[in-house]
Each structure stands twice: as C-alpha cells, then as structure tokens.
Design a protein around this ligand. Structure first.
Ligand code: PLP
Length: 418
C-alpha cells in the first residue's frame, strides 16, 4: 500500500498458511465443492459450486417436478421464488423487503429498468454512462435508445467526467459499482446525490459488488439496480439476475415486457394487463425455477457470513497479492490497472501484459484459473468465501513463472506480441 518506502522482501508461504489458520471465514470453504487440484481465481466470472446445490436441485427435480408435476407451482411455491430469493438478495444489498425480485439475465433486467427509468423522466432524453462500463450494459442502453427513438441518446464519457455531464437533459445515469476490469469502486452515494440534484435517476449495476461487500442501496438513495446471480452469489452458470426498484418509485414504475406473471392476478386470465404493484410487476413470464433453486443455495451460503468480514478479507487477499507481485523483479512488465489502494478496488485485481492471453494459458498449466480480458488484461478474482491466503501466495509464485516462460518464448521469437 501507499507509504511503503523500502523494496519489500517476498514473505514466505508459512506466513500465509498462518493467516488461513486465523481466518474467521476459513470454515466456509468446506461449504463449497471445489476441484482439489486447482486454484480458482475466477469466481467473479462464475462463482464456485455450493456443496448443497446438487441435492437441492435433485430434490426439486426428482422430488417435486417428477411427483407433483404441474401442482408444483402452488404446492411448492415455485411462483414465489423470484420474491423470496429476491428479498434474500435484498438483505445482502441493503434493500428492505419488497423491492428486489429475481428476473432474467442482468442484460435483460437492465433493459427493463432502463426503459422504466426513461418513462419516469419524459422530456429528458439522455442515458449517461461511462467508457469503463460493462460492454453489455452499453449495448443494451444503445439498443434501447434506438428503439424508443424519441431523440434519445446514450452519452458515454470517461468515468471521472460523469458528474460534470449531468444536466437537464439527463434522464438516467447508468454505472457499475465496481469496474469489471480495473476493479475501481465508484462512490455510489455521492454520484447518486449529484444525479438527484440534477433531476436524474440512477441505475447501478451491482454485478461485482452484490455478495462481495456491504452495499446499502436504501441508505444511499439508489433508485434502481441490477446484479448478477452467477458471480459472487454463486448461483451457477446462467443463474437469473436480480432487479431492485426503490419503494419510492415502485408504485408508479412501469416496464416494457408486460407478461402475465407481472399481472396482479395472472390466473384470472384477464384480457387486459394490470400490473402487480409489488416487484412482481417487474416480471414477465414463468420464473426459471431450477435456476432460482440453485441461486437460493448460493445466497443462503453467503448469508452465513458477515459481509464486512468478506470485504475485509477481499482487501487483505488482493493487497497481499499485489504486494507479492510487486516484490518479484521478473514481474515488471505486469502493469497494475486501476487504483493502487486495495480499499478502492473490488475483489479482483487486473494487470496489463503484452502477452496476457499466453500468461493466462501458462497459469492454467500450473493449476491456476484466471480470466483473460482482451486485449491485454489478466484478471485475478479473489472470492473470500473459498480463496485461501495460501492460494494467493501460490498464485503469485505461479504468475512469476508464467510470465518468465511467456517472456522467454517471446524473446526466442516463439510468440508475437505488441
Ligand atoms: C457479468 C456482468 C454482466 C452480465 O450479465 P448477464 O446476466 O450475462 O447479462 C453485466 N454487467 C456487469 C458489470 C457484469 O460484470
């Protein structure tokens, strides 16, 4: 961290093993079913498998589905799952019950809420976002402004310029709480306040913060939020994502996909749509029951831990990793992206390297799974529920070897770069 003046020595592995011994979150690792020969540093792309998930799915598939068939919807409360799992996620992001529901993917949820936000601000035509935002969020916003075609516009500016671009034409500010590449944490409350002063709504993407750190959407005055089920919530591949609409907006909030499940009485088969005034009104079609059952397991596991402890461990893991990488001279071509202070970063750390993709492949050969992000980024995700301090040490050692191998190959003309 800042303040370090002398060149740091590489601490030995035992000190990391010792940290694991005193880690209050260490027992949670046993609640995951992890491959034994792999250090998994990609849990922020796809969370690991909670040990209870296969049995929970089996109970629903072979018990409920097989035996009860269509009665399952009422008998087992399948239709309520978007709300019950939604409220459980709400507890993780500081939302009082009745404001969060689990819907479709983050991208689709985002589309629905963004449309709803524009409907709340007729006469304002700008969706304001930043260049660091997740591309899918920008694609969806771009698709939407073209679709509504009332002279609407997606304005994408550098992150630091967002507040300066607030004005009477901005309907909604669309940002990610944690940058998917650099890990930078944006000051949600501060930006939300400025947006409100300018008369705009805010829509926060919590994909890299929900379940990874304390989030306080109610307290921070957030209007709308979406977030992923398959990253830090460990809901499994393609897990459905959640939507938050503040109770301040909910009574008048509309969304564009007015399907029957969002109707206040779907089984009346009313020819006219009447929106359910609760977050159920954000839904469209039948909920993905199996996905919700798996997501519920992931969320339940997270609720055994204290988010403050999770966050503190993420800071400790990422900070130690960065220090280990910096302490080895062979790593000088690895350029840390984003803020230098771990406190200002989320649970992942990214480095630039001219042969990033080859470094990622070399790491995998050494049993460390990380993420490559084009064109030149290697991203290391540290999920505090199951990543150990010893893993940090081992991954840093493997990285030094991987970089040496790749750079030797480059020097030998075996690999092209730059
Ligand atoms: C992973 C991610 C998404 C993608 O969500 P989908 O559910 O696949 O649509 C959206 N936004 C951010 C910031 C992400 O990291």
């Amino acid at each position: 961290m800042s303040g370090t003046t002398t060149a740091p020595a590489v601490p030995d592995r035992d000190t990391f093993v010792e940290l694991d011994r005193h880690d209050p979150l260490a027992p949670l690792r046993d609640h995951f079913d992890l491959p034994t020969d792999l250090i998994y540093l990609d849990g922020n792309s796809l969370g690991a498998l909670p040990a209870g998930t296969p049995a929970a799915l089996d109970a629903v598939v072979r018990g409920q589905w097989r035996n009860d068939l269509n009665r399952g919807w009422t008998q087992h409360g399948w239709l309520r799952l978007p709300v019950t799992v939604g409220d459980a996620i709400g507890a993780l992001i500081g939302a009082a019950p009745g404001q969060v529901v689990v819907g479709e993917s983050t991208s689709t949820n985002l589309f629905k809420l963004l449309w709803g936000a524009l409907a709340q601000r007729p006469g304002r035509r700008v969706v304001l976002s930043d260049t660091g935002n997740f591309p899918s969020d920008l694609y969806v916003a771009d698709g939407l402004v073209n679709l509504v075609s009332g002279g609407h516009e997606l304005r994408v500016v550098p992150t630091d310029d967002v507040v300066a671009h607030l004005g009477p034409d901005v309907a909604v500010v669309l940002l990610s709480h944690v940058d998917y590449r650099t890990g930078e944490i944006l000051p949600v409350q501060q930006i939300t306040e400025r947006a409100h002063e300018a008369g705009a709504l805010v829509l926060w993407d919590l994909c890299h913060s929900a379940g990874a750190m304390p989030v306080h959407v109610d307290e921070w005055g957030v209007d709308l939020a979406v977030g992923c089920g398959y990253k830090h919530l460990n809901g499994g591949p393609g897990a459905p994502a959640f939507m938050y609409v503040s109770h301040r907006l909910l009574p008048r909030f509309t969304q564009p996909v007015t399907g029957w499940i969002g109707h206040r009485d779907p089984f009346a088969f009313d020819p006219v749509y009447h929106r359910d005034p609760s977050p159920v009104g954000l839904l469209s079609g039948c909920p993905p029951v199996l996905g919700l059952v798996a997501l519920e397991q992931g969320v339940r596991l997270l609720r055994r831990a204290d988010l403050r402890q999770i966050r503190d461990k993420a800071v400790a893991l990422t900070d130690r990793f960065v220090r280990l990488v910096a302490a080895r001279p062979g790593n000088r071509r690895l350029g840390l992206l984003g803020p230098a202070e771990a406190q200002r970063r989320g649970s992942h750390v990214s480095y630039r390297h001219p042969a990033a993709e080859a470094v990622v492949a070399e790491l995998l050969r050494r049993g460390v799974m990380v993420e490559y992000r084009p064109p030149d980024v290697v991203r290391f995700g540290f999920a505090p529920l199951y990543v150990r301090y010893a893993d940090v040490w081992d991954a840093a050692a493997a990285l030094t070897e991987a970089v040496a191998t790749v750079e030797t190959a480059v020097n030998d003309g075996g690999l092209r770069h730059e």
